[in-house]
Design a protein around this ligand. Structure first.
Ligand SMILES: *Cc1c(COP(=O)(O)O)cnc(C)c1O
Length: 334
């Protein structure tokens, strides 16, 4: 099957599995796993932060970060379409007693500065204490403009807020904008990075930030059930991805652009081509179910449930993309 539902569907390669098999391990709850320690240190260095912490998922990494920045009754400012707000089960509120203050994202994924400023509450017993600004890069496949990130994080600092980046796909953003990942992480106090998306590891996210913040996040990780034992087996997959899979993201981005160009030739199909590994097409509601079924017959998996999104990744080739374009053309020619 050609699976374009998400870049989370990537499977570990033989070389990655070999690296996992060869990993030196120890009990990481005791701080004894050399491979986890190496991954955390490597990420900290690559992102220009003091420390890193390995998590089983990006959801838990984001949540532990939010809980490290905000206490009960505190508030974080976040996009209406941000993953931490919309797609993580409301964990900040449910498990962290943190009030989200969502702001409608602009079409480029940013949160308008005037709206951020207006959402920050005065220090007064009536209000939750606004503690944190959380951004996401990439967001919906879009790279946040660097000048915007600089302004938004400066505004946050000026108002005494900490800053967190949900950088699940920050390596995609770095490759697409041809900048070192450290440059994209520099404006933020903490960044959460996923290895289980386009980087192709089966499991794993790393949170980076100051030593003090990571210490607090480490306690929350244990409380949330994320303390893992011989997790060097998993960290080895992430280290392998860092060494071998980052450059390949450019090919995923090229494939997405190629797919967008092909789909744009279809009459009446509105296609949004982004700089990274996602293509969005506005499929008329009446067609969603039948198109999904038609593509499945052709060996193509998509999900048109909450967005007609096609995601390219290391397990789809240029030939696969051409097959998808042909199938889409055939469907709409009927
Ligand atoms: C996937 C993702 C996460 C975390 O997802 P997990 O499936 O929990 O690893 C966080 N933020 C964004 C933007 C994501 O795409």
């Amino acid at each position: 099957m050609i699976d374009l539902r998400s870049d989370t569907v990537t499977r570990p390669s033989q070389a990655m599995l070999a690296a996992m098999t060869a990993a030196e391990t120890g009990d990481d709850v005791w701080g004894d796993d050399p491979t986890v320690i190496k991954l955390q240190a490597t990420l900290a260095e690559r992102t220009g932060k003091e420390a890193g912490l390995f998590f089983p998922s990006g959801t838990q990494s984001n949540l532990a970060a939010l809980m490290a920045h905000c206490a009960r009754g505190d508030e974080y400012v976040v996009g209406q379409h941000a993953h931490t707000y919309k797609y993580e089960g409301g964990g900040a509120a449910v498990l962290g007693s943190i009030q989200p203050q969502p702001i409608e994202n602009a079409s480029d994924g940013s949160l308008p500065l005037d709206k951020i400023a207006a959402a920050i509450k005065p220090i007064d017993n009536h209000f939750a204490r606004t503690r944190l600004l959380a951004l996401e890069n990439t967001i919906g496949g879009k790279v946040l403009p660097a000048s915007y990130v600089a302004q938004a994080t400066q505004l946050a600092r000026d108002r005494g807020l900490a800053t967190h980046l949900d950088g699940a796909r920050v390596f995609n953003a770095a490759v697409a904008s041809d900048k070192p990942v450290g440059e994209l992480c520099a404006p933020f106090d903490s960044v959460s990075i996923c290895f289980s998306k386009g980087l192709g590891a089966p499991v794993g996210s790393v949170l980076v930030g100051s030593k003090a913040l990571i210490e607090v996040a480490s306690r929350w990780r244990k409380v949330l059930g994320g303390g893992m034992r011989q997790s060097g087996v998993l960290a080895a997959a992430c280290l392998h991805a860092l060494d071998h899979h980052v450059d390949g993201l450019a090919r995923d981005h090229d494939n997405a652009a190629h797919l967008a160009a092909g789909l744009a030739q279809i009459d009446g199909l509105e296609v949004q081509s982004l700089a990274t590994n996602m293509v969005f097409a506005r499929i008329p509601d009446a067609h969603c179910a039948s198109l999904e079924a038609f593509l499945k017959e052709r060996g193509i998996l998509t999900q048109m449930l909450y967005a007609s999104r096609f995601v390219t990744h290391r397990d789809v080739s240029r030939d696969d993309i051409d097959a998808v374009i042909r199938a889409m053309k055939d469907y709409f020619a009927r």
